[in-house]
Design a protein around this ligand. Structure first.
Ligand SMILES: Nc1ncnc2c1ncn2[C@@H]1O[C@H](COP(=O)(O)OP(=O)(O)OP(=O)(O)O)[C@@H](O)[C@H]1O
Length: 452
């Protein structure tokens, strides 16, 4: 392993034996030996299931790496093999440094012992002596913040309490490698925020973090690099912004496919929208010209996906004098003008989102936010949608995502008809008045008084 690598995984594979019937397990433990003894070809009484297949990567000291993928893609299996709690079928995994791991709920704690006793037990396992644990005890208890439950056996804990205690123990052990499997998702909002701050501090201290999550926002803000697993194989490794985007795209495509399958079952719902909003046709304005921008379409071909039943044909950013613009002043008012064409009858909404360079969704707007009912398109219909936005954003480079979706279940589920990432790229200049601290500036009012 190179001296800089703290985790090296080489051609790692994990195979589970799946038995159709419990009896097959018994047969597998007896018959092959007998068959071997009599020189008969050995028979296999199980099906092989490979939860990891030939996975290789390296993680350098100080890196924060996310592992993403749909349910069952092999993320937890990978973390368990790296932590040494599960053995691999082939390949190798090497780590170099003190590991603190938050794997599945319940692991690492003795269910019969109290929270307090488990803190001591965990500290000892992490190599801390009694004095060190005592010095840190109050910090651990304060971070876990589970009150009187600290004196109760952990078998009485809720999932959230359990994770609070486990996370507190882990971060107080000064880990060199921190491995977290989805743990934060069971904590409440306050705890999540506290953990994120703690993880940022661990990251700044130079520790290496390996992090499984389904929350792409957290992955993008915490991780510099990302590994995308599917069916136990690596699909992509790269910057977390790019890899998370690839994953989101594949999830959206899978969702569209699912919706197509469900469309028959959902027909009664579509009818109910028809009744409510059947009048929602727009007047045709003959004097305005529909804009088809072939240059735009060629440029975004790689960045768009969806069923294509309604498609944006041009997306432009204009100032309030209707001039094209890509360099904006801080808080400048702009128009986002989208010409789109329908090839079918659908209830649609058109959403615009602003993304930063790390592909975090900063702000945005959809029909429901401006009280615009869903539009019932007609085959061959050509439409113009124009949002007026202010961009009170930190100095930097941003992009617009245009998303035309049809509504499956109000405010819950949509089918993506046309989703275009990087439809427009633009820069926001520095505000002359003051440095902008957060990504979206708040124009607050302040009352400041001196009181007796
Ligand atoms: N003990 C086991 N025996 C058989 N198959 C298993 C076993 N443990 C895991 N698997 C299978 O291995 C595959 C990968 O599981 P794993 O838990 O690693 O996925 P994951 O990506 O972490 O999923 P999730 O996002 O749902 O947590 C799954 O199909 C799972 O059913």
């Amino acid at each position: 392993m190179s001296s800089n690598n703290v985790i090296t995984v080489q051609n790692l594979s994990k195979c589970y034996q799946l038995y159709a019937k419990p009896y097959d397990r018994l047969k597998q433990s007896i018959y092959p030996r007998i068959q071997e003894f009599f020189g008969i070809q050995k028979k296999q009484y199980f099906n092989e299931f490979w939860s990891l297949r030939d996975v290789s990567f390296e993680i350098k000291k100080g890196e924060t790496v996310g592992i993403i993928g749909r349910n069952g893609s092999g993320k937890s299996t990978l973390l368990q093999v790296i932590c040494g709690t599960l053995s691999q079928t082939a390949g190798s995994s090497k780590t170099n440094g003190r590991i603190a791991a938050l794997l599945e709920l319940g692991s690492g704690f003795n269910q019969e012992l109290t929270g307090r006793e488990n803190i001591y037990m965990n500290g000892a396992i992490m190599g801390l002596n009694r004095q060190k644990i005592e010095d840190r005890f109050d910090d651990i208890a304060a971070f876990a913040d589970i009150g009187l439950f600290l004196e109760q056996p952990v078998k009485t804990y809720s999932n959230g309490m359990f994770v609070r205690l486990a996370f507190a123990c882990n971060i107080m052990s000064d880990p060199e490698i921190m491995i977290i499997d989805e743990a934060l998702s069971v904590g409440d909002m306050n705890f999540h925020a506290k953990c994120m701050t703690a993880l940022m501090q661990i990251k700044e201290s130079g520790a290496t973090i390996l992090f499984v999550s389904h929350d792409m926002g957290t992955v993008k803000s915490l991780c510099s690099r990302c590994i995308y697993l599917d069916n136990g194989k690596i699909v992509a490794v790269g910057s977390s912004a790019d890899v998370a985007e690839l994953y989101i795209r594949s999830m959206h495509e899978a969702m569209n496919a699912e919706h197509r399958k469900l469309s028959c079952a959902l027909k009664p719902f579509a009818k109910s929208i028809n009744l409510i909003e059947a009048t929602n046709r727009l007047p045709i304005i003959a004097e305005k010209v529909f804009r088809v921008d072939h240059e735009f379409e060629a440029r975004v071909a790689q960045h768009r996906y969806g069923t294509g039943q309604v498609k944006a044909r041009s997306v432009i950013l204009l100032d309030m004098n209707n001039e094209f613009i890509t360099f904006l002043d801080f808080n400048q008012q702009v128009k986002i003008r989208v010409h789109f064409e329908a090839y079918t009858e659908k209830f649609v909404t058109l959403n615009v989102s602003v993304f930063d360079e790390k592909k975090n969704n900063i702000t945005g707007c959809g029909f429901q936010h401006v009280n615009q009912p869903y539009l019932l398109t007609r085959p061959g219909g050509r439409y113009l949608a124009e949002y007026i936005f202010r961009m009170p954003l930190q100095e930097g480079c941003y992009s617009l995502r245009i998303n035309i979706s049809s509504v499956i279940v109000d405010n819950e589920s949509v089918e993506f008809l046309d989703l275009i990432n990087d439809a427009v790229i633009f820069h926001v200049a520095r505000w002359e008045n003051a440095r902008v601290w957060s990504q979206v500036h708040q124009f607050a009012k302040l009352k400041l008084e001196e009181l007796q």
